[in-house]
Design a protein around this ligand. Sequence first.
Ligand SMILES: NC(=O)c1ccc[n+]([C@@H]2O[C@H](COP(=O)([O-])OP(=O)(O)OC[C@H]3O[C@@H](n4cnc5c(N)ncnc54)[C@H](O)[C@@H]3O)[C@@H](O)[C@H]2O)c1
Length: 475
Amino acid sequence: MTTSSPFRDSSPSQERDREGEGQIDAAAHPALAALPAALRGPRPVIVVVGLGYVGLPLCVALAESGARVHGLDVDPGLCAALDAGRSHVGDVPDAALVAALEAGFAPTTDHAVIADGDAVIICVPTPLRKTKDPDISYIVAAGQAVAAHARPGQLVVLESTTYPGTTEDLLVPMLLAKGLRPGLEVAVAFSPERVDPGNALFGLRNTPKVVGGCTPSCAESAAALYGRVCETVHPVRSPAAAETVKLLENTFRMVNIGLVNEFALVCHKLGLNVWEIIEAASTKPFGFMPFRPGPGLGGHCIPVDPHYLAWKLRSLNFTTRFVELADAVNSAMPLHVVDVLTEALNHAKKAVNGAEVLALGVAYKANISDVRESPALEVLELLDHKGAQLRYCDPHVPTVRLATGPLQAEALSPALLASADVVLVLTDHAAFDWDEVVDHARCVVDARNATAGALSRQPAAAAKVWLIGGGARLG
Ligand SMILES: NC(=O)c1ccc[n+]([C@@H]2O[C@H](COP(=O)([O-])OP(=O)(O)OC[C@H]3O[C@@H](n4cnc5c(N)ncnc54)[C@H](O)[C@@H]3O)[C@@H](O)[C@H]2O)c1
């Protein structure tokens, strides 16, 4: 494990002020002084609070490293399924879960396990309210449960994505109320989770882990913990800095996706193909990084996290204009997809009302089963509202619930493709056979440029494909 210094660019006076950091305070509780060594040791006890997309892979990795892991969740059904070796997270195969259970991972709903942990890691949800304000009720509930059972000599880490200041302004006061002071009785840190579901190249082990401790000794304990499962730990000066790192990363993606979605609209107006333009711009070996347009933003992070930043800054009388603008552009994309589909139907002298629309893909991105914040669902809701007859195929998502009721996935077949007035590509799953789609569909609206390869083999079929960002047609 490598650990870089957060203080390498400090001025000499800052270096002097921080003299002695990395050392445990002389007044610290003896159990705290022993904590980094225990966390590096062969069999520390770790409690992970929240067994979702973030918490479960972490439990598995920690158990693999030799730690005993209590996985604490408020959902008894989830704990029972995990205990039986059934994983609900795509990146954790059942076999890996079973191995972790054998190695010492124990799912539980019993909050008393918190007292056993050398470290407690909080991975609970941080959604938005309908008003797009943060809903921190899960962090409050988990923080209160942790504080109720915490004891001297423990490390408490928050991993949930949240606004800058949450760890020190919300979590630390709960611990202080129990007489547990960061750096003296307990270690407290924030460390953002950077998992990218479905990414085969980068996982927990080879994605550097950023940690921000309340004191240098808190950071040292957090680095010792994550050094068990991550090749590189990158400390920053404070929990708020670590909280802001995550928000910069996700705001960067949100803004760049907003920019490229705006280019898709620009190209629609200009009659140009935005995909060709992105591909050509990507040949520049420096100063350009490709992002791709689509039906809108999806997933649990990118559409949500920047609003935590915007909310915090509103309280400081500052408007995060890039977040607001990117949100406006990205939020309008589902409607643009419906406009293009309406145009395609109009071209065939048909109305949306009563049209048979077959959607391909409802997950928010390719090759995963996650439909949280999926723009595909918003497109389907808009079409449902206009009276379209909806069917869908998604090998990863067997059922979805729309406002008017549930829809069941169907198997993709030439007959199904041929039966639809429009085949609407919303997610470019690798399991779809795009040659078959282009071959059998009567009309395709493609929001992902998924049909590009098939069209290069069957150029004549381009006449029936309406591409988002492909340039408006005059009919
Ligand atoms: N999913 C991702 O790809 C991803 C990536 C990076 C960061 N994050 C962030 O990590 C955090 C967790 O996200 P997730 O995707 O794992 O959420 P999730 O919804 O998949 O899982 C959260 C789990 O926490 C449990 N829970 C809720 N309240 C609890 C409590 N008081 N005590 C114990 N368990 C409780 C829920 O039952 C659920 O099982 C969020 O802040 C999210 O923004 C997620």
